[in-house]
Ligand binder design. Structure first.
Ligand code: 3SL
Length: 240
């Protein structure tokens, strides 16, 4: 029997056994949405790292460097964490080292899983197809905010569970909770998130366009996956 579970924060990951599972890591606002956008615009590989210094060290190896802390681009790095900054032709074929407040930590903490997939609304149907092809139980890992629950990643979890369908049995109440929240939000996810912490935080920084962009379904069909030392695009044959 295939199951689906939701981990609402990387702080809870010690409670989960990732071996034998597919993990879908999600940070809707904005890390995984930006990564998906980057791959859709031709980036060859990305290395998610935890620390700013570690990220900067990749510059000597010919990588572009991307860094965000508390919603803002960190000084001295080539790129920040807006999906729009990854829509430029200049990133085609490039390798990027990236560190963000929560998303890159969630990815690093998930790499003991059999397969790690980068999910967002922007590629949700492609992710669902890819996961179904693996025929393994799934854990959706929400990047959250500094260890605390967030709504936007939970909405994605509920939406992905719906797309995965009845072949996947909910493992526990975490899954049921995501379903209930998604049902309440899906008629207008933007309005549902209006008072959520990170939407308000980004609005204070005048980052509204990114929120609207990241909440769209199926803008891209790329599926970034962890390949031992970095993220790269899953082959199209594995996605269709
Ligand atoms: O927390 C993260 O990893 C970021 O995605 C946060 S932000 O949207 O760039 O502020």
């Amino acid at each position: 029997m295939l199951t689906v579970d939701v981990c609402y924060s990387p702080e809870l990951l010690h409670l989960y056994n990732l071996q034998g599972r597919v993990v879908v890591v999600v940070d809707i606002l904005r890390a995984t949405s930006s990564m998906v956008t980057a791959f859709a615009h031709g980036v060859e590989k990305m290395v998610p790292v935890s620390k700013l210094q570690e990220c900067m060290a990749y510059r000597k190896k010919g990588f572009l460097t991307a860094a965000e802390r508390d919603g803002q681009k960190a000084e001295g790095f080539d790129l920040g964490n807006s999906p729009f900054s990854y829509m430029d032709e200049s990133i085609q074929g490039k390798a990027i080292a990236i560190t963000t407040t929560n998303g890159t930590q969630a990815i690093r903490l998930s790499i003991s899983a059999d397969t790690v997939v980068i999910g967002s609304f922007l590629n949700i149907s492609a992710v669902a197809r890819f996961v179904q092809m693996q025929q393994k139980s799934v854990i959706i890992v929400c990047a959250a905010w500094k260890g605390k629950f967030n709504l936007e990643d939970t909405l994605f979890a509920g939406a992905l569970i719906e797309k995965l369908g009845s072949e996947y049995e909910p493992e526990n109440d975490a899954t049921l909770g995501a379903n209930v929240i998604w049902e309440a939000a899906k008629a207008d996810r933007r309005a549902f998130l209006e008072n959520s912490s990170h939407v308000k935080r980004l609005a204070r920084l005048d980052i509204v366009k990114d929120v609207d962009f990241c909440l769209q379904d199926d803008v891209y069909d790329v599926v970034p996956v962890w390949q031992g030392a970095y993220l790269t695009k899953a082959m199209p044959v594995l996605v269709d």
